[in-house]
Every structure is written in C-alpha cells, then in structure tokens.
Design a protein around this ligand. Structure first.
Ligand SMILES: Cc1cc2nc3c(=O)[nH]c(=O)nc-3n(C[C@H](O)[C@H](O)[C@H](O)COP(=O)(O)O)c2cc1C
Length: 326
C-alpha cells in the first residue's frame, strides 16, 4: 500500500509502532521495521543518551530498514538530558523522530538540520495545527481511546480524525484503538494516511516484556481501562488493577487537593516492575481500550501481514462489492 506516510518514511506498510515506555527496545522496533512498518525505540526508557546510542546500534544490527526514536517531552523538575538524547539520535544516523508531550519547537532546528523527519503525537486538532505550523512533517493523532495520555478533551477518533483531515495539510496517522485491517481501512477513510498502534504491539511474540503483560492484555476487555491522574491534568488511560483501584480511591478522597506525591507509590518508577518482572499489580501502566480486540499473541510479521491482507480484502472486495451493487 502506498500513502503519504509510506512515502515520507520510506516504509512498505502505513503502520507505525508508537513509542512505549519499557516496551520500545531494539527488539520491538526492529521487528516492526523488519516487517515493513515503522518501529520506534523509546528514548527516555534507555535512561541515558549513552544507552540510547547503544540501543540504536543494536537495532541497526537487527534491521537495515528505517526505524525511529520517540522523544517524550514531559514537565519535570530536573528534565532529562534532551540535548544529549538528540545528539545520540543524530550521531546514530536515525532519520525519523516521534515527539510527544510538550511542544517540540525548541528541538526542531537541530533535528531538521540533520535531515530528520519529525512526527509529533497530538491529542487535539489545535495541537496538530501547531505542529504543522512549527514545521513537523507529520502528526500522529491520538484519540480518546488511546493507551497512555489522551489529553483532556476526550474526543474519540470517529470525530477527531475527520476533524484533523479538515484542517491539516501535512499527513497524519490515526492513533488510539487501532488493532487490525478494519482499523486501518477506517483510519484511511476518515482521512488518515496510516495508523499508529501501541497496545496491540505489546501482545506480540517479539515484544520484550514479561509474559504476564501479554496474558493481561488477552484477558482484558474494552471495559477494563481506567483514566487516572485527571485531577492533575495529566490524564492517563491504564489497565485496571489493584494499584489503580487504590489510586482512584485516593483521587476520590483527596479531590482537587491531590498532589503527585500522594500517588507516587502507584505511578512512580513502576514500569520496570510491570514490564520486566511481570508484577501486574505493581502500579498503573498505560493500556488502550483496544485490549478488547486483542485475542492472540502473533509474531509482529504475522500481525502486520494479516492486517494488510485484511485491509486489502475489505477495500478490494467488501467495499468494492457494496459500491458496485449500489
Ligand atoms: C505501555 C505503553 C507505554 C507508552 N509509553 C509512551 C511513551 O513513553 N511516550 C509516548 O509518546 N507514548 C507512549 N505510549 C502511547 C503510544 O505510543 C500510542 O500513542 C498509544 O498506545 C496508541 O493507542 P493504542 O494503545 O490504543 O494503540 C505508551 C502506550 C502504552 C500502551
């Protein structure tokens, strides 16, 4: 399939694997890129620019195809060494960066000068337009369904994507709730040039996470995610578990007076325990409503190939037949 996104990134299929904390290691990114999509290493997960440089080198040993690096700009008291991470990306020869969180404007000149294409993740049309205006090459439009941080507007993709299509000139991918060929065709018909998947890629053979995480996704339904940290205006969609129940209890009891320190036990530094040790109640971890559509743990190649087969079948047969009959 050929779209503006496959052209922009030089990939075979319009499928991106979004950066995911403690999932986006070289094994994940290389498997997606090797299968013809765009795999993404999560920058901050590596812990330091030196480790990111090593991870980029490891990924390059696993695939000769294009892959990217995610840089998430979070408000922090002591910010990560972003200039160092950017240097590691440029020196590592990476040509695609997925930015997320705060406005990436400050970092664009260095990235652009190095010939890097930037796709910024946005949860609203206004942020997408801003990304276009400051010179991003594409955006990933993340609907309310998404795993992780859906923002505070709560607009689901059935509205958000066609609204983005009405306003944007640069290409965009649909993100949030994407699982298969049906999602891809829907995304394309709503105006996107491809799709970004997070949660779905965790339930694959190559995802470098504990098997308990994959089993939790298989067991979960679309009713099993919760929104946490809304009172802090840092809303995150996570899979419900004992820690999340505790966190929501605190939010109810403390109301608007709640501070990050009140919930640090449930959200601070919990990812390694969950993703590596498989301690499924250790804390809150991002997960999309799309968990309800995850029923197996295929290889990444199987997942991508069947997605493309299904999409082509829907477009070429099901929809074509309906259009012809009309
Ligand atoms: C476990 C997990 C960790 C994530 N970590 C990050 C992150 O560090 N940075 C980021 O920009 N997005 C992160 N995301 C969001 C994904 O890149 C993607 O936008 C989102 O998962 C799309 O929604 P979906 O899960 O419904 O496919 C994370 C998502 C998950 C499920």
């Amino acid at each position: 399939m050929k779209t503006r996104i496959t052209d922009l990134f030089g990939i075979e299929h319009p499928i991106i694997q979004g950066g995911m904390h403690y999932v986006g290691f070289a094994e994940m990114a290389a498997a997606v890129s090797q299968a013809g999509g765009l795999g993404i290493i999560t920058g901050l997960t590596q812990g330091s620019p030196e480790n990111l440089a090593k991870e980029i080198a490891r990924c390059r040993e696993m695939t000769a195809k294009p892959f990217g690096v995610n840089l998430t700009f979070l408000p922090a008291l002591t910010p990560p060494d972003y200039p160092g991470y950017i240097r590691a990306i440029i020196e590592g020869g990476v040509k695609i960066v997925e930015t997320a969180g705060n406005n990436p404007q400050k970092w664009l000149p260095a990235l652009k000068e190095a010939g890097i294409r930037v796709i910024h993740k946005c949860t609203s049309v206004r942020h997408s337009l801003k990304a276009e205006q400051i010179g991003c090459d594409a955006v990933s439009v993340d609907g309310f369904e998404c795993g992780g941080h859906p923002g505070e507007d709560d607009v689901p993709n059935f509205i958000l994507l066609p609204r983005a299509a009405e306003e944007l000139k640069i290409p965009f991918v649909a993100s949030g709730g994407m699982a298969d060929g049906r999602s891809l065709v829907a995304a394309l018909s709503l105006g996107a040039d491809g799709m970004n998947m997070g949660t779905r890629f965790i339930a694959t053979k190559e995802a470098p996470v504990h098997d308990n995480v994959k089993q939790a996704l298989l067991a979960a339904s679309e009713l099993d995610t919760r929104l946490v940290m809304r009172p802090l205006r840092n809303t995150e969609r996570v899979l419900k578990n004992a820690a999340v129940e505790r966190l929501l209890d605190k939010e109810k009891k403390l109301g608007p007076a709640i501070k990050f320190e009140d919930i640090v036990a449930e959200v601070g530094g919990v990812y390694p325990r969950i993703m590596k040790q498989g301690e499924m109640d250790a804390g809150a971890w991002s997960c999309g409503m799309v968990a309800g559509l995850i029923h197996d743990v295929p290889t990444v190649k199987e997942l991508i190939n069947r997605t493309m087969r299904e999409a082509e079948e829907i477009i070429g047969r099901r929809l074509a037949r309906m259009a012809k009959a009309a």
